[in-house]
Structure formats: structure tokens, C-alpha cells
Design a protein. Structure first.
Length: 229
């Protein structure tokens, strides 16, 4: 009984100094329900309440940071495992991947618009790079037959030199290949997230005199479809 009374007095004293329940339980090993009963009548000053609030916020931030770090680690492990699962691609697999990319993002010839050129448009620099490599190596297209169009929101006009430099670096083509710039009117209430300096517009890859190549790619796509049957 004396021990309990001593523990209660210690708990009251620590609470009076503004310590949290967790901090007190580290010093006074009793049940939390008992501690709550002892301390229910103990008031705290405004400064002490602020201290406890700050500690709770700091604890919440630490918890959120730990969750973020765990998520980043899990993502890294999953991606690295998946990457290893791909292994080395064969030349045929690379050709089929390029065909599938064009199937998803390339222009198609329409019956009412015959003679459509080969055009591929995207904002992903890795996809663009893969596709250009596919054109050069799998389709045997000379570099001088490839031209580019940049589509850009007009409020990024002041960054045009930076954006041309970016696409030149990503594709490996000289800056002189990026002279066709098309500006889109910017919406005030846009929902786009890439509106800052990480925005580099959309790049269209055009192949000159390439309507027959477009038809050939269409045939490859049909071959992929028939192979499923």
C-alpha cells in the first residue's frame, strides 16, 4: 500500500511537471488505467499542454517518416526483383516491344486518310528513347529521316531553350532537330501535376516519307493479334 502511495505521489509530481502518460509510465510502472485514475484531476498549464501537443505532433511525424521509409524500401525491393526477372532481351523481343509501343502511342492509317506517316508521341523520355532506338536499329531508318515536334503549354515559353536542350540530351539528336514548337493555351484551373520546372512538354517523333513503314507496322500489329488465336 505504501508502495502504491509512493508511486501515486511520484506520478502526480511528474504530471505536474508536464510529462506525458508515456513518459510517466517509464518512471512509474503501473497500469495505464490506474495512472489515468490518479491523474484525472491534475490540470496542466497552457505551456505544458503545448509541450504535450508538440510531442504528439513530433511523434506523428516520426511515424509518418518511418512509414514512408518502409514504403520506399519495399518499393525498391519489389522493383529490383521484377527487374531481375526480365533478364536480357532478345532482338526479336525488342522488335516486338517497339511494335507494341507504336500500337499504343503511334499514329494509325485510316481508310479516309490514306498515306499517314509514322508518328509517335509521348512525354516519357525513356519510352521516346526506346522508340527512336527501335526505329534506327529494327526499322533501319536513317537519322536524317527523323524530325521532332515539341508541344508545350504557352506559360513555359520562357523555358524553351532549356526544354530543347533537355530533349536533345534525352534523344541524342542535335538541338537543330527541335525547331518545330507548338504552344497550347494554358488552363488557369489545370489539374496537371507537372507544372513546374519538371515539365518538358510532349515530344512527337516523325519519320519522313514513312507511310509504307506505317503500313508495315500495322501488319506487325496484326501478326501479334493473330498469334493470340
Amino acid at each position: 500500500m505504501i508502495k502504491k502511495e509512493t508511486e501515486k505521489l511520484m506520478a502526480l509530481s511528474l504530471r505536474g511537471r508536464g510529462l506525458s502518460y508515456r513518459e510517466i509510465l517509464e518512471e512509474v510502472p503501473v497500469a495505464k488505467s490506474t495512472l489515468s485514475l490518479w491523474l484525472r484531476s491534475v490540470g496542466l498549464s497552457k505551456r505544458q499542454k503545448q509541450r504535450l501537443t508538440d510531442k504528439k505532433l513530433a511523434s506523428a511525424r516520426r511515424g509518418a517518416l518511418k512509414k514512408k521509409e518502409d514504403r520506399i524500401l519495399r518499393t525498391k525491393i519489389i522493383k529490383e526483383g521484377a527487374e531481375k526477372g526480365v533478364g536480357k532481351l532478345t532482338e526479336r523481343e525488342k522488335w516486338l516491344i517497339g511494335t507494341a509501343l507504336y500500337w499504343a502511342e503511334g499514329s494509325k492509317e485510316k481508310e479516309w486518310a490514306p498515306g499517314s506517316p509514322t508518328q509517335f508521341i509521348n512525354s516519357d523520355p525513356f519510352m521516346i528513347k526506346f522508340f527512336i532506338n527501335w526505329l534506327l536499329k529494327k526499322c533501319k531508318i536513317p537519322e536524317n529521316m527523323i524530325v521532332f515536334d515539341i508541344y508545350l503549354h504557352e506559360n513555359h515559353k520562357h523555358r524553351i531553350h532549356e526544354i530543347i536542350k533537355y530533349w536533345s540530351k534525352q534523344t541524342g539528336f542535335p538541338k537543330t532537330y527541335f525547331q518545330h514548337i507548338y504552344y497550347k493555351k494554358n488552363k488557369i484551373n489545370t489539374k496537371r501535376k507537372n507544372t513546374g520546372n519538371s515539365y518538358f512538354g510532349i515530344l512527337k517523333v516523325n519519320v519522313k516519307q514513312s507511310s509504307n513503314l506505317n503500313r508495315k507496322i500495322s501488319g506487325w500489329i496484326s501478326g501479334i493479334l493473330k498469334s493470340e488465336n
